[in-house]
Write a protein that binds this ligand. Sequence first.
Ligand SMILES: Cc1cc2nc3c(=O)[nH]c(=O)nc-3n(C[C@H](O)[C@H](O)[C@H](O)COP(=O)(O)OP(=O)(O)OC[C@H]3O[C@@H](n4cnc5c(N)ncnc54)[C@H](O)[C@@H]3O)c2cc1C
Ligand SMILES: *[C@@H]1O[C@H](CO)[C@@H](O)[C@H](O)[C@H]1NC(C)=O
Ligand SMILES: *[C@@H]1O[C@H](CO)[C@@H](O)[C@H](O)[C@H]1NC(C)=O
Ligand SMILES: *[C@@H]1O[C@H](CO)[C@@H](O)[C@H](O)[C@H]1NC(C)=O
Ligand SMILES: *[C@@H]1O[C@H](CO)[C@@H](O)[C@H](O)[C@H]1NC(C)=O
Length: 486
Amino acid sequence: MASWKKIGIALALSSVFPATQALSEVCTEIQRAISHASAVYSPSGSGNYTADNAHWVASSIEESACTVEPATAADVSAIIKIIGKTKTPFAVKSGGHATNPGYSSTTGVQIAMTRFNAVKYDKKSGTVAIGAGQIWDDVYAKLEPLGVVAPGGRVPGVGVGGFTLGGGYNWLSNQVGLTVDIVVSYELVKPNGDIVTVTQTSSPDLFFALKGGYNNFGIVTQFTYKAFPIDKVWGGLIAYGAAQTAEFNTAFANFAANAADPKAALVSGYALDATGAPIVGNIMFYDGPTPPPGVFDAFLKIKNISSDIGTRTLSSLVASAPQTLPAGTRGYFNTMSFFEYTDAIATAILNETTFWGPVVAKYDPSALAGYHMETFYKSFLTHNTTATAWPFYRSKKFVPLQMQFTWNNPKVDKIMQGFMEQSAAHLTVVANRDGQPIQQLPLYPNYGLFSNGAERVYGSNLPRLKAIKGQVDPQNVMGLAGGWKV
Ligand SMILES: Cc1cc2nc3c(=O)[nH]c(=O)nc-3n(C[C@H](O)[C@H](O)[C@H](O)COP(=O)(O)OP(=O)(O)OC[C@H]3O[C@@H](n4cnc5c(N)ncnc54)[C@H](O)[C@@H]3O)c2cc1C
Ligand SMILES: *[C@@H]1O[C@H](CO)[C@@H](O)[C@H](O)[C@H]1NC(C)=O
Ligand SMILES: *[C@@H]1O[C@H](CO)[C@@H](O)[C@H](O)[C@H]1NC(C)=O
Ligand SMILES: *[C@@H]1O[C@H](CO)[C@@H](O)[C@H](O)[C@H]1NC(C)=O
Ligand SMILES: *[C@@H]1O[C@H](CO)[C@@H](O)[C@H](O)[C@H]1NC(C)=O
């Protein structure tokens, strides 16, 4: 009798508070299952709860039922088993730089990897083991005194976890490839809770799948990378005004076509200043204390409006291009791949900047439209020692565009998404006219707008990834978290 009554009350409650009721029970179960090294936080306004849900853009923040900060792989295993058993929506967050809503946020259980913050260099093997929950700035600071680096994010704040699982364009990519190309092993908590070390010899399929396959195959607690020597580098951020954009475009296209020194790299962006005039932000990098004459001369000759260029540590160079947004800023990335940036494409991208800037401002006065062009050395995609989930195509060099729109008003999310899609569609026409059949190229998962779909990201690798997914995660536990789903 009593138990019938209890069920009756539970049913009544669950029709009023369906999710909340069940979720708080899952949070309690997780709290009971984990060790004292780890902790669960409820929405009580605690600093940890807020930090665990925090993201680079406000549109990626959700109020989770609770957050959990696991400190050991065993605790991650306990958590994922409970999540799988109860089919609870969840998210895994490292640096929180995902710009696709729901990719590392949830109204269910938010797993924040922040306590996985070790950095262990092993001189003998020339590798460095890095905990999956920290940001690259902190990794560089720990490795710099040792004279080595595992190259990751190029600007402040980017997380180790998402960056590495999605590919990883880094300042040494011309010399060592994508960050996925230098991973030698993964400590992985599989969707069924098994804790495994994944290497090319132990499990070639999973090793392939984790190299760019995002969060489809489990939760990574630690990455082991090849380490590379690093000493003083040269470069930083230089900016040019509206009158210099044409000169800059020509210099950029020349550099893209003719760069002969793999130690030299560039990331260059367009935006509009407060008066609506276009400006260029150009980050130059050279792996050495000074670039040989000729390498960056064309960029140094252009009249600048601000400049922070010099010989410095990698940490200092990364810090020279801060990317903090005012609190509450929403935003998405979108991406395209080109075979190369030509003057025609750079000019069309500049036109997109001046075209969309005033349009987005009409919908939300705080909105900004920016475009970042990245070019790499001709052989930069040839450094892989195994096949990788991403990119599926390496036979010819291709380079990414990172489109970045930001705004404040949540009501214009959908409109901004549409504008970003229109902009990419227009630039596709321009690229085709320029002789570049770019539709066949992979889109970068770490920059892609969700509406592009996993097909455009994984292409011909999708069947193999689906097969591996079927074996590793037959219950589709990782499908309870957002992301590029294979
Ligand atoms: C300001 C800025 C600068 C950037 N600079 C670069 C750059 O120089 N080069 C470049 O290639 N990219 C760059 N990016 C893109 C960046 O690589 C992606 O945003 C990346 O996904 C961020 O990783 P994160 O750990 O910070 O993100 P998160 O939002 O924490 O995670 C991203 C995705 O990875 C999953 N994930 C994270 N950790 C784990 C884990 N341990 N196990 C399983 N899944 C996990 C999450 O669930 C989520 O789906 C930049 C982005 C921003 C916003
Ligand atoms: C989270 O909790 C840990 C351990 O109690 C504490 O050291 C840390 O400062 C907290 N972080 C925040 C952001 O409150
Ligand atoms: C930027 O412009 C200033 C002022 O004209 C000049 O002194 C400086 O050398 C320039 N910086 C670079 C790196 O060319
Ligand atoms: C500039 O961009 C807009 C929007 O994509 C497009 O309609 C227009 O044709 C472009 N103009 C030039 C000169 O390319
Ligand atoms: C590098 O990746 C390409 C494309 O996946 C693959 O064909 C090639 O075999 C890989 N290289 C090595 C050495 O495995």
